[in-house]
Each structure stands twice: as structure tokens, then as C-alpha cells.
Design a protein. Structure first.
Length: 364
């Protein structure tokens, strides 16, 4: 072979090698350009419209961001829609659950959960007592913290899922099973056992809720002037200047930070979802489930926060009249059942895999 032929072959090889390299370079540029555009849009919308406290918008942010970060990584960009569809379906199912109990003919619980709380606390209603002792005319600094903790329910699971989707496929699958399983289990209970929260019970009398209605008019009025504090019970004392009736105050902390957009979005979201989905508390169950899931997956320095998170969430839910204590206990119990069931399924799957891997030795 002549020197010219050898040179020609070498040049052809270099060109063939350069083509994939050039393509990879352009895909890398496209990926970073897409990420930059995504970040610009998110920042611009945050500055103009406020933080994304709406779960649907947050899910859109995460999915488009993951799609941008997946450019040039084969079919991974196409997996975004498939992989994140379960989260979207859970949101849709939760929104559609409003009125489902009425359709199947289930009356709403108004008295049982209030009676259970009084029984557990020797006649004292925890929500009433906490607002008597702690509620001030204006939100103190710590209400900013509890408002943030409450809103984390709508944000944190999706952020964790996004990180796991990028870092560890198996861990992501485990988290999706936990998230979807817990949500679906709670949705089934909401349909079969609708229950009113404390803020609603404070606005309605026993006469108003006779027969177990799911949406009486009293729910949409203030608790001010309701005889004897309604089904929940009246406040016997107040801090100086504070209102003498039970209020739904989970969003007050945002006002202290001048984040009225966050409070407005929270009010809109609360108005559009199932208002009698109090048993079990999914806020309590999900916060506990996240803590358990992350316990062995994070550094030990983070574990005190994992203990504090569900406890602060529990205080927030009772103080702000979002849930009774019994709702929290049932939420934690549901999370424990789902976690235990998923662990059993995983052990069973591993045993089946091990049994299939051990093939019998043929005897001649």
C-alpha cells in the first residue's frame, strides 16, 4: 500500500471520529442553551408573578428543566413525560376527588374527630387551646416558619423526585412508589370517609351540619359570631388584640414577608381542592414518609431536621386549624402501612429474583 493510500485512510478515520465529537459538542451547547433559557424564564416569572407555590406550575418547571438537562443524553429527554406522568395523574385525581364522596353517597364526618380530640386531651380542644395561647393580632416571626413548612408539602416531594431522577434511577423508582402509593391510599379514604377540618367545624353549628353535608354554606363564612364556637367549641380567652374566634391562619406568615402572591395562591388552591379531605392528614403522612425515606439516604447531620420536620408540620396543622390531632395520627398510621407494604413487596421481589437466578443442576 502506498504512502498516499495510508494517508487517505488515516484522514478518513480522523473525519469519522470527528463527526461524533462535533455532534456531542453541539448537543452540549444546545443543552446549556436550553438550561439557560429555562432558568431565565423561571427567574423572570418568579420576579414578576412570585414563587411557584402552585403544584401544577412547579411540576411544569421541573419537567421542562429536566428535559433541558437531558438534551444529548439519548432517549432520556423522551422519558421525562413517561416518568413524570404518575405525579400529574395524582394531582388530577386529587382535584377530581372533590365531591366524590357525595357521588357515592357518603356523609361527611363533623363530630367524630372533634370528640376524639377532646377525649384524648381530657376535654380540651387542641386547636382552640393553641390559638388562645399563641395567636397574636399580627403574625410573629415563627409563623413565617410554619407557613413555609406547610407549603413545603406542595414543593418538597417534587424537588426530591427531580434530584433522584437525575442521580439514581432505582432510588427514584422507590420514591415514586412511595409517593403514588401514599397519595392513592389517602384518596380512597377521602372518598369513603369524608371529614371536615377544624376551621370548618368552627364556622358551623350542629344544626348546620345535621345529616353530614359536604359543603354547607356556613363553611364559606367567618367563624365570627357563631354560637358557642360551632362544632369545634368557643375560645375562652385571647391574647391582647387577637380575634376571639378560630381562624384558618396557615398563610398569615407570608404576609409578614410581603408575599401576598403566595398567600393568594394558597387561598386559590384551598378553594379548588377537596375541602372535606381531612382524614387522614396527607400533610402529616407525607412529611413522615419523606423523613423515613431520606433517613438512610442523607448524612447523619441532617437527621435532626428529619425528626423536626414532621413534628413542626404536626404543630402547624393543629395550630392553624387545618387538622385535628386524630387526623395526624391516622396520617402517620397510613404512611406506616404504605411503607411496610412497599417494603414487603420489595423483599418478595428480591426473593423471586434470587430464586430465578438459581438454576437447578441437571443430573446425567
Amino acid at each position: 500500500m502506498s504512502a498516499i493510500d495510508q494517508t487517505s485512510i488515516a484522514l478518513t478515520h480522523v473525519e469519522e471520529t470527528a463527526l461524533p465529537d462535533r455532534r456531542a459538542t453541539w448537543l452540549r451547547i444546545a443543552r446549556w442553551a436550553a438550561i439557560a433559557i429555562w432558568a431565565t424564564v423561571v427567574i423572570w416569572r418568579t420576579v414578576t408573578d412570585g414563587f411557584a407555590f402552585n403544584r401544577e406550575l412547579l411540576l411544569l418547571y421541573i419537567c421542562t428543566g429536566l428535559a433541558a438537562a437531558s438534551i444529548g443524553q439519548g432517549r432520556r429527554v423522551l422519558y421525562v413525560v413517561r416518568d413524570w406522568l404518575p405525579f400529574a395523574l395524582v394531582l388530577i385525581a386529587y382535584d377530581l376527588s372533590r365531591g366524590a364522596a357525595t357521588l357515592v353517597g357518603r356523609p361527611t364526618l363533623w363530630h367524630w374527630q372533634a370528640d376524639m380530640d377532646r377525649l384524648m386531651f381530657f376535654g380540651t380542644m387542641p386547636t382552640v387551646w393553641l390559638q388562645e395561647q399563641l395567636k397574636l393580632p399580627r403574625p410573629p416571626w415563627w409563623e413565617v416558619v410554619i407557613s413555609s413548612v406547610y407549603m413545603s408539602f406542595f414543593i418538597l416531594p417534587y424537588v426530591i423526585a427531580g434530584i433522584l431522577w437525575l442521580r439514581d434511577r432505582d432510588e427514584w423508582k422507590a420514591f415514586v412508589r412511595l409517593f403514588v402509593g401514599l397519595n392513592l391510599a389517602a384518596l380512597v379514604v377521602y372518598v369513603l370517609l369524608p371529614a371536615a377540618p377544624p376551621w370548618a367545624a368552627a364556622r358551623c353549628t350542629a344544626t348546620d351540619v345535621a345529616g353530614g353535608p359536604s359543603g354547607p354554606r356556613c363553611m364559606f363564612k367567618s367563624a365570627r359570631g357563631v354560637p358557642d364556637g360551632g362544632v369545634l367549641g368557643a375560645m375562652q380567652s385571647t391574647q391582647d388584640g387577637a380575634h376571639g374566634w378560630i381562624e384558618r391562619i396557615v398563610g398569615r406568615g407570608w404576609g409578614k414577608l410581603k408575599l401576598q402572591s403566595a398567600s393568594s395562591l394558597l387561598d386559590q388552591g384551598q378553594a379548588s381542592v377537596n375541602l372535606v379531605a381531612a382524614i387522614p392528614s396527607l400533610h402529616a403522612g407525607m412529611s413522615a414518609a419523606l423523613a423515613v425515606f431520606l433517613w438512610r439516604r442523607v448524612h447523619r447531620a441532617w437527621r435532626p431536621l428529619l425528626v423536626a420536620y414532621p413534628l413542626v408540620m404536626a404543630f402547624t396543622l393543629v395550630y392553624t386549624a387545618e387538622h385535628y390531632v386524630i387526623d395526624l395520627l391516622l396520617g402517620w398510621a397510613l404512611a406506616a402501612v404504605v411503607i411496610t407494604f412497599l417494603a414487603w413487596l420489595e423483599r418478595r421481589r428480591q426473593r423471586l429474583t434470587e430464586n430465578q437466578a438459581v438454576e437447578p443442576v441437571a443430573v446425567s
